[in-house]
Design a protein around this ligand. Structure first.
Ligand code: CA
Length: 224
């Protein structure tokens, strides 16, 4: 397989260097950016397979970096936060990061999260054919979604979530099922992570296409 490229966005040089060293040791190509604007230009110049993104940055913050990078093309983002409550807050905002890691973290934990996220995206890409579901067309091979012929730009997690719901349209998918198919893991933030990504997915494809089944989960509502 081609060498995967990781963009590490971190303004604390010692953290940036140790993260980069660990990831290079794992065989990745690593670019480092130390502030918001240079992160966005680095992502444009050397398109990464994944971004490890610190939230608090000079220039503009990680949320803005995430928005700008994701607007160009879908790329998985592992967001690094200073505290657990910051992670809670970000999940609540539905910023479009695919996973979160709280400082301080071990280099081993970081490398594991990066590997899991990349595997998830690869696995989803290797499945199936374009499907037309009501107003939605889902092309899994290209990871593209069209709503009434206009392309909708989804983050990798939003795409995986939609594909998962679309695998059995109209059926109810519990949060636990969605977590295990999309994320492949679960923890205390788990069900709220699902809710948060559903919220941003609804914003993009239209709230009426996703039905909430109170206390259980979600279903993709395709008009018959
Ligand atoms: Ca920082």
């Amino acid at each position: 397989m081609n060498q995967r490229r990781v963009l590490v966005v971190e303004d604390e040089p010692t953290i940036a260097q140790s993260v980069a060293a660990r990831l290079r040791g794992e065989g990745y190509l690593v670019d480092i950016a130390a502030d918001g604007p240079s992160a966005v230009s680095a992502a444009a110049a050397y398109p990464p397979d994944i971004v490890v993104l610190d939230v608090m940055l000079p220039g503009f913050d990680g949320l803005e970096v995430c928005r700008r990078i994701q607007a160009e093309r879908p790329v998985p983002v592992l967001m690094v936060t200073a505290r657990g409550d910051e992670t809670d807050m970000l999940i609540g905002l539905g910023v479009g990061a695919d996973d979160y890691l709280t400082k301080p973290f071990s280099m081993r934990e970081l490398a594991a999260r990066v590997a899991v996220l990349l595997r998830r995206v690869d696995r989803a890409a290797s499945t199936v054919v374009p499907r037309q579901l009501g107003p939605l067309r889902i092309n899994a091979a290209e990871r593209r979604v069209f709503l009434e012929e206009s392309e909708v730009h989804l983050t990798p997690t939003e795409f995986d979530l939609l594909s998962s719901l679309a695998s059995r349209p109209r059926a109810v998918h519990s949060r636990e099922q969605l977590l295990s198919t999309v994320w492949g893991w679960s923890d205390a933030f788990a069900s709220r992570t699902v809710d948060s990504h559903i919220k941003s997915l609804r914003r993009k494809i239209g709230a009426e296409l996703i039905r909430t089944v109170h206390g259980v989960g979600y279903a993709l509502e395709i008009p018959r």
